[in-house]
Ligand binder design. Structure first.
Ligand SMILES: [Fe+2]
Length: 437
């Protein structure tokens, strides 16, 4: 062992003298992979101490596709992103991997030119598409009949796991689609692209081939975890005109539904804030990306250790802001997560958003001890043990700026004074009781 250590230290010394010869280079850029230092004595320990995150198999896959990879807190409009020819898919595309979502789920944009089609593919990851622009059709099949359905701007549909599919644009103008996938999850686990794209297994539990598989379903049910409104449907023809039942959890008058699609683990919802009313701030882990479908607005997101008053306390420089319109997006809790975030719809239209979480990431859907009691923390105020900042406890500069913005937009604020009244002990308070119990 000591001889080994001596050899190592000799190599280390020669590395250092090499470093001396070229002071511009960092030692570990010269010698990173080919040597190991054993600690001598008890004052030192093994390892580099600091290191760079290695690329995961999905990062390598994205790189190899040779199309842009957009990383950041958000995107104002996906229509403005540069696209590059994407050989595997047959048309142009870009990846989007917002901060905090790495490894949790993936996103891409793909353009289908007028009269064009994407290559046929199948894969062992889940995939759903939101149509940003254009119209066309999709063909889906496993070993039998080809199922066909039409899509248009605002359509949302899911491709059943490992089913063959082909996206066709029969119109003369280009179409733009935003895809969400569990490709990072599957690739980072298996690390074998060929297995993911060339697997014969037919998931009959996901796609039974029934005639009306892609017929939109309208029945509202209670989701099996949190008792929120859901629809089991594999196609939403138009998210812009989709009927949303009242929810009230994020703002007064807030409406929301969870489409459960293609038996996916991929979790999502569609919600809408009334014109002139903004969401309460709340905090949770990373994964959620909010996608602006209708209206326009902005989101603030800040690490929870900054507290509830980052603007009044001079910490505004540590708060991220993303402005968006359809179809823009923001990572609600970027970086390591547990960030407060707050969404503001501005102007004269309501703010309609869809939030995508990937598989098994949303609060309440993370693995844990089955049967363990969980609380819907994001829908419970901080003073009641939850993670939401009630309006009367938020930074006053937030309301001030919102009201000024609405004035500038020629629109009204409906954030009435009663929303900011601190409740007295034992008093009935708005938006605190759950009806599903
Ligand atoms: Fe959230």
């Amino acid at each position: 062992m000591y001889q080994a250590a001596e050899r190592m230290s000799q190599r280390f010394r020669s590395s250092v003298s090499e470093l001396d010869r070229n002071k511009d280079l960092d030692m570990h850029d010269l010698t990173s992979q080919d040597h190991w230092h054993e600690p001598t004595g008890l004052t030192s320990k093994a390892g580099l101490g600091t290191f760079k995150k290695p690329p995961m198999p999905y990062d390598v896959f994205m790189d190899e596709q040779d199309i842009p990879i957009v990383r950041g807190v958000g995107v104002s409009r996906v229509q403005d992103l540069p696209l590059k020819p994407w050989k595997r898919v047959g048309e142009k595309g870009t990846f989007i991997q917002l901060w905090g979502t790495e490894g949790l789920w993936g996103m891409h944009v793909v353009e289908v030119p007028g009269g064009g089609a994407l290559n046929v593919e199948r894969h062992l990851y889940e995939e759903q598409y939101l149509v940003v622009e254009g119209r066309g059709s999709a063909e889906v099949w496993t070993d039998g009949k080809v199922h066909m359905f039409e899509w248009q701007k605002g359509s949302l549909f899911a491709i059943p796991l490992n089913a063959y599919h082909r996206i066709v644009n029969a119109s003369s103008s280009p179409a733009l689609l935003l895809g969400g996938t569990s490709a990072p999850n599957v690739m980072n686990l298996l690390g074998n692209e060929s297995f993911v794209f060339n697997n014969d297994f037919v998931f009959k539990d996901r796609f039974d081939g029934r005639e009306d598989y892609f017929k939109p379903a309208d029945e509202i049910a209670s989701d099996p975890v949190r008792g929120l409104a859901m629809r089991r449907t594999n196609l939403v023809p138009d998210v812009l005109r989709y009927d949303l039942p009242l929810d009230n959890r994020r703002s007064p008058g807030y409406r929301r539904i969870e489409p459960h699609m293609a038996s996916n683990r991929f979790y999502m919802w569609i919600g809408e804030h009334e014109t002139g009313r903004y969401a309460k701030a709340h905090k949770h882990g990373s994964a959620a990306v909010l996608i602006c479908l209708k209206g326009k607005g902005y989101t603030y997101t800040w690490p929870s250790e900054l507290g509830t008053h980052p603007f009044s306390e001079g910490k505004a420089d540590q708060v991220y802001r993303v402005d968006y319109e359809p179809v823009g997006m923001v990572s609600a809790a970027p970086m390591s997560g547990d960030w407060f975030h707050q969404h503001f719809g501005i102007g004269r239209q309501p703010l309609r958003m869809s939030a995508w979480f990937g598989p098994n990431n949303a609060r309440g859907r993370r693995p844990g001890r089955p049967g363990e009691k969980e609380k819907d923390l994001g829908a419970i105020d901080i003073r009641d043990g939850g993670n939401a900042i009630p309006y009367d406890e938020e930074d006053p500069l937030i309301r001030k700026e919102f009201e000024e913005t609405q004035r500038r937009e020629g629109a009204v604020s409906r954030m009435e004074d009663w929303l900011y009244v601190t409740p007295k002990e034992g008093e009935a308070r708005p938006m605190t009781e759950f009806v599903g119990m």
